[in-house]
Design a protein around this ligand. Structure first.
Ligand code: BTN
Length: 319
C-alpha cells in the first residue's frame, strides 16, 4: 500500500473505458496511487493524474521531476488477464503510441514528428541549429550550449515507467505511468538536462500546451488501442514505424556500466525486443529485452550524453 500527499483528488470525470479517474494537485507518485486502487479491488482501467509528484519515479531507480503545470503526469492501472506475461510490454507501448499521436495533434506537429526511442521514450530529433529535424518551424526547440549553439541529437519529451505484480498469475496487475513535458519553457529546464530534454511547447515553436486538452486527446486515442489489446490485436506496424533507432548505430548500456555499440535493425512485435546486429557479425540479429539495458542512445549522441547528463552523473533527475 502506498501513501499520498494530503491533497485529495480534485476532479473526477467519466470516460467510457475508465473504471476510475481522479486528478490530484500533489501526490508522491501516480504509479503508487493506481497500484493501491488495483490492490483494493478497483477494476481496470483506472487513471490517476497529478499536477505535481513529490516522489515521482523514472526507470532504473531514477527519480522524475517536473514543475507544476509543466508536464502531464499520469498513471494507468490494468488487470490484463487478456495478455500473457510475455506480452505485458504492449501496455506501455500502447500508452506511448496514444500519447505520441495525441501530442502531435495538440502541439500542431506533423504526423511522425515524435518518435519512440525503444523501449518507450517519446523523443524528437533536433538538428544542429536547434530546430526539430525536418520541421523548419520549430525555432525554439532544443537547448543551447554555453556558446549558444544547439547540439544535434535526440531530446526526450516523455518517459514511461511500467511496473507489474503477480506476473503470470491470474491476478497479474500492471501500472503504466507516463510523464510528458508539455508546457515546460526552455528557460525553465534544469541546466543539467537542457541538452537531453525538450517539451511540446518548445518543439512547436512556443505554442502553449493545455494539459487538459492533451489528456483528453490521449484518452481518446488510448481507448481503441486498449480495446484492441483485449481482442488480441496490437498495432505492430504503427509501433515499428515510430522507432527512431531502426537502421542506426546505438549504444546499449547495462546496469553495471558495460556498454556496446551495435546497429539497431528493428523491433520485434511479438517479444517487444530491440533487434540489433553486431557490426562484427553482419547479418546476424539478436534480441535485446528491455530489462537488459538501462540506457539506449544513438551512438552519435554518446559524447553529448556523457558530458553531464548521463545517469551515472545525474542519478537523481530523469525527464
Ligand atoms: C523514465 O525514466 O523515462 C520513466 C519516467 C516515468 C515518469 C512517470 S510520471 C507519472 C508516473 N509516476 C511516476 O512516479 N512515474 C511515472
Amino acid at each position: 500500500m502506498t501513501t499520498r500527499d494530503t491533497t485529495p483528488g480534485v476532479d473526477t470525470r467519466s470516460v467510457a473505458f475508465l473504471s476510475r479517474h481522479e486528478r490530484f494537485r500533489s501526490v508522491l507518485s501516480t504509479n503508487d496511487i493506481v497500484r493501491s486502487w488495483l490492490i483494493a479491488g478497483t477494476a481496470e482501467v483506472c487513471l490517476a493524474v497529478a499536477d505535481v509528484q513529490t516522489a515521482g519515479r523514472g526507470r532504473s531507480g531514477r527519480s522524475w521531476v517536473a514543475p507544476s503545470g509543466a508536464a502531464l503526469l499520469l498513471s494507468l492501472g490494468f488487470l490484463p488477464n487478456y495478455l500473457p506475461a510475455d506480452r505485458l510490454w504492449r501496455l506501455a507501448a500502447v500508452v506511448s503510441l496514444a500519447m505520441a499521436d495525441a501530442a502531435e495533434e495538440v502541439a500542431g506537429l506533423a504526423v511522425g514528428k515524435l518518435r519512440l526511442k525503444w523501449p518507450n521514450d517519446i523523443v524528437v530529433e533536433v538538428a544542429g541549429n536547434g530546430a526539430a529535424a525536418g520541421s523548419g518551424a520549430a525555432t525554439e526547440s532544443g537547448a543551447t550550449t554555453e556558446s549558444g549553439a544547439a547540439k544535434a541529437g535526440l531530446r526526450k519529451v516523455a518517459g514511461v515507467l511500467g511496473e507489474t505484480e503477480g506476473v503470470g498469475t491470474s491476478d497479474q496487475l500492471a501500472i503504466v505511468g507516463i510523464g510528458i513535458n508539455a508546457d515546460w519553457r526552455r528557460d525553465q529546464f534544469p541546466a543539467e538536462l537542457a541538452d537531453s530534454m525538450t517539451s511540446l511547447r518548445e518543439v512547436s515553436g512556443g505554442r502553449p500546451i493545455d494539459t487538459t486538452e492533451l489528456l483528453d486527446a490521449f484518452l481518446l486515442r488510448l481507448e481503441p488501442r486498449v480495446l484492441a489489446l483485449r481482442e488480441g490485436h496490437f498495432d505492430v506496424a504503427g509501433w515499428h514505424d515510430r522507432q527512431v533507432t531502426t537502421g542506426r548505430m546505438v549504444r546499449l548500456e547495462g546496469s553495471g556500466g558495460e556498454a556496446e555499440e551495435v546497429r539497431a535493425v528493428g523491433v520485434d512485435g511479438v517479444t517487444g525486443a530491440l533487434l540489433v546486429e553486431n557490426p562484427a557479425a553482419p547479418g546476424v540479429e539478436r534480441e535485446v529485452l528491455a530489462g537488459e539495458v538501462v540506457h539506449v542512445r544513438l551512438a552519435a549522441d554518446r559524447d553529448e550524453a556523457e558530458s553531464g547528463t548521463s545517469a551515472s552523473k545525474r542519478p537523481d533527475v530523469t525527464p
